[in-house]
Design a protein around this ligand. Structure first.
Ligand code: G6P
Length: 477
């Protein structure tokens, strides 16, 4: 367990590996999360002193932090709730997320006025709190891996405090092309880029997002970009760009998908589906996931190809996300409304065309993965999209994958998927038909290749790859 200033490896992310719930009797219950970073860090080994710096998100987290009850390897920052909300909801999720996913309704938004400036000041304070905590916990020459758009300013702020550290930043989202990125106020567009360029290495999920970042550095900062060597030089400092395509954890999924709780849910789903073909989608209800257009495409399929009536079921799991934001609440309502319209239009006493669930249930998701004839993954834009990689690994009979060309995963899976333009619901309906009628042998062969490509870089290898690239590089200049 590291003392202050002794950690050799530090991770920084908004959401940490554990969260606390306050029980009715006042006790605190910890819940450990999963995900790529958790398995990645454990792959480095227990013997290396590590600290994970994250924000206290819930009341339980704040209580655990104040009572000194958190695990010593997790440092939760008890940031003022107003500051946190403005940074997380206002800037990270309503501004940077919208920019990188190209989801503004530009005739009316964004409006960068006084309220926005207040949010930006909070984002700066939040990033400063992370930089200070990391600077205090890091051993001399330690390695720090900063995650995502919540913490785009932290690398530069941390470098100013601790020039001895090796700093990496990783973006889990897409990156916007320059014309769209320049919606941001000029000073803020510069600050976000120079913030990340404070790192020795900036990592991305695909070549496309790394190239977009480099394009923005060139267009906005006038930085020098070497596209072959993948470096950006700005004001005398060079930052290397890296691409690490996070894959699905095949071993974990295969084992987890055959436990009794999944089997039980699979039986229930099978009964409800009644031997019909299935189109499966599983998403957090993000604006970028394009669930409503997916439903429109399915409706178009039923309207134009009556041979599918009573022969297919669309299993759509749309789990809650970011309900503090009004746009997300409205979007969830429109998902529910559209699914209901389809069931009203086509449903019969014995056939429910759309089975929509909005309550999160991981074993039930795995059961749907196993049952999938067709997986529908049609985001407007997505950093990677792990569901596209997971369903082919788990599906019992081999599934066909309908995949948006705007998902990061398309770079690796495109050849064996049925590719769609996410805005074109007629083409998506046709793609669903093609996927549903794909000959069994072709479907099995494609699915095998999709599963192999989707598990090429599982989370622990993904983490080690970027850690090694960062630590093997030149020491900080
Ligand atoms: C998605 C994105 C990640 C992001 C995460 C944050 O999974 O792909 O880039 O870090 O959302 O989610 P949260 O629930 O913490 O807002």
């Amino acid at each position: 367990m590291p003392n202050a200033s002794e950690a050799r490896i530090l991770l920084a992310s908004n959401r940490g590996p554990v969260s606390y719930t306050v029980e009715d009797d006042g006790t605190l219950t910890p819940r450990r999360g999963g995900g790529g970073l958790v398995s990645g860090l454990s792959a480095i080994g227990e013997e290396v002193d590590s600290v994970w710096v994250c924000a206290a998100l819930s009341e339980g987290d704040r209580a655990a932090t104040r009572q000194g009850r958190t695990d010593p390897s997790v440092r939760m920052l008890d940031i003022d709730p107003g500051t946190f909300a403005r940074a997380y909801n206002g800037i990270a999720n309503s501004t940077l997320w919208f920019v990188h996913h190209l989801i503004y309704n530009t005739p009316t938004s964004p409006v960068f006025g006084a309220a926005f400036r207040r949010e930006w000041a909070s984002y700066e304070a939040y990033n400063t709190a992370f930089a200070e905590a990391l600077a205090a916990a890091a051993a001399p020459g330690a390695t720090v891996l900063v995650q995502d758009y919540h913490l785009s300013l932290t690398p530069r702020l941390l470098r100013a405090l601790r020039p001895d550290l090796r700093i990496g930043h990783f973006s889990h989202t897409p990156w916007a092309p320059p014309d769209y990125y320049r919606l941001l106020p000029d000073d803020i567009a510069r600050d976000v880029l120079t913030g990340i360029l404070g790192a020795d290495r900036a990592g991305f999920l695909t070549q496309r997002w790394a190239a977009a970042f480099a394009d923005c550095c060139e267009a906005v900062l006038g930085a020098e970009v070497d596209r072959d060597a993948l470096t950006v030089t700005h004001q005398g400092r060079r930052t290397r760009l890296g691409v690490h395509a996070l894959g699905a954890d095949g071993d974990f999924l295969r084992e987890r998908a055959h436990r009794p709780d999944v089997d039980a849910r699979l039986s229930a789903l099978r009964e409800a589906v009644g031997g019909r073909a299935t189109v499966v989608r599983v998403d957090r209800t993000e604006l970028s996931k394009n669930i409503v257009r997916g439903l429109h495409a399915y409706r178009h399929l039923l309207r134009t190809r009556p041979e599918w009536l009573d022969r297919v079921v669309h299993i759509a799991f749309a789990y809650p996300s970011r309900h503090d934001l009004p746009e997300y609440r409205e979007y969830t309502a429109s998902v529910l409304r559209t699914a209901q319209e389809i069931n009203d239009e086509f449903g019969t006493p014995t056939w429910q065309p759309v089975m929509l669930h909005v309550d999160d249930d991981f074993p039930r998701s795995l059961a749907a993965y196993r049952l999938a004839d067709v997986a529908l993954v049609n985001p407007i834009r997505d950093g990677m999209n792990l569901v596209a990689k997971e369903i082919p690994v788990v599906s019992d009979e081999g599934c066909a994958l309908v995949l948006s060309r705007e998902a990061g995963a398309h770079a690796e899976l495109g050849e064996d998927a049925v590719t769609v333009n996410p805005y074109d619901v007629i083409a998506t309906a046709e793609a669903l038909h093609r996927a549903l009628t794909m000959p069994r042998g072709e479907r099995t062969d494609r699915c095998k290749r999709l599963a192999a490509a989707g598990t090429a870089l599982p989370p622990s290898a993904w983490f080690l790859e970027q850690y090694t690239a960062l630590t093997e590089g030149q020491p900080p200049e």
